[in-house]
Write a protein that binds this ligand. Sequence first.
Ligand SMILES: C[S@@+](CC[C@H](N)C(=O)[O-])C[C@H]1O[C@@H](n2cnc3c(N)ncnc32)[C@H](O)[C@@H]1O
Length: 371
Amino acid sequence: MSRPKARTPLVQIRFHLSASPEEVFPLLWGELSSSLLQRGWQIHSGPGGAVRMAGRRSPRADVGRVERWDPPHDVEIVWKQDAARGEPPPRFAVRCRVEPSGSSVLVEHSGGGGLRGRPREEQALGWLATEVVAPLLLAIAPARLTDWTDDRWGRRPSGPSSTALYKEPIYHLPGFHAILEGLALRKDDVLLEVGCGGGALLKRALATGCTAAAIDHSADMLRVASQQNARAIAAGHLQLRYGDAGALPFPSERFTCAVMSGVLPWLPDPVGAFREVHRSLRPGGRFVAWTGTPKMYGTPAAGPRRRGGPRLYDDRTLVRFARKAGFSDVRVDHPDLRAVAQALGVPRLARYLFGPEYGLLLWARRGSAGA
Ligand SMILES: C[S@@+](CC[C@H](N)C(=O)[O-])C[C@H]1O[C@@H](n2cnc3c(N)ncnc32)[C@H](O)[C@@H]1O
């Protein structure tokens, strides 16, 4: 094996997409930037844009820069390299090209790798196998892809499509209707929502004059929820927090009522989450959770039952969970929401999913003090 020449591509990955570079590039760049940000790195777009640790301001903290900025076709980042190495600095390029079938995205790494040790080829292949090929192999495994899609749409929604969907989640509106009708909120209610998504239920709840607080563990969802409820937040009627259902960032006995809509299927420890809701409720406080029944498996709403996928529980299991978490007065309702779904504009072919056998409301109450 001979030593690669400078600028010879060391790694190339090509994707083919049926969209134009104008559509592909901003999505790809946006996802790349936010994914790097989650890992603590910031890329400043534009010519000469710095790559540095998030939060650092000094150019001395730069580890690289955008050398070429020609969207939607070509962007190249060059990492800083120790001049003493005598190697060309590592380069990373994203190239979108128009082809007859659509566009292709070429992601390419070239230049020096900063590898040390001899023989060099053994080091290079070790790096390639452990840092590039193994993660790629695992990323494309069907189970991982399904898991990623579940995360993206349900467990921790992110990205432009989920953001748009959860602003006004058409398939959740009948559930919102049933929750709000049952809760009959009043001005003096203090509502907790766990897993608020894009804040569409909060918007409707706050219209009753109550106050509320909510958590979610998706940064994208919290952004949408705060945009949608900006006025309520400014008026001090709504508090949004990043948090986990298993450790609510609120004091005990703060709320008069609590809701969860479409969240239960994603919780690794539903009893732990119910315990947290129970702790946060005042004595006599009521709790309602809207979720699908096991009959929903195999439908487009839940897909096939699979390991790591959404979990749908039967009535008895949910009642047991709620009692275990300390709730009294527990019951399950199966409302028929097909007419509501029709009135709310749910497409005809999906309305059967709002029949009584597919969805349920778990109602529970925290016992009154001394009861
Ligand atoms: C299917 S979405 C439903 C969103 C919203 N409640 C609705 O009905 O439109 C599930 C939401 O629960 C959130 N979620 C799931 N597990 C969570 C957890 N352990 N802690 C906090 N939020 C969670 C997700 O981020 C997502 O926003």
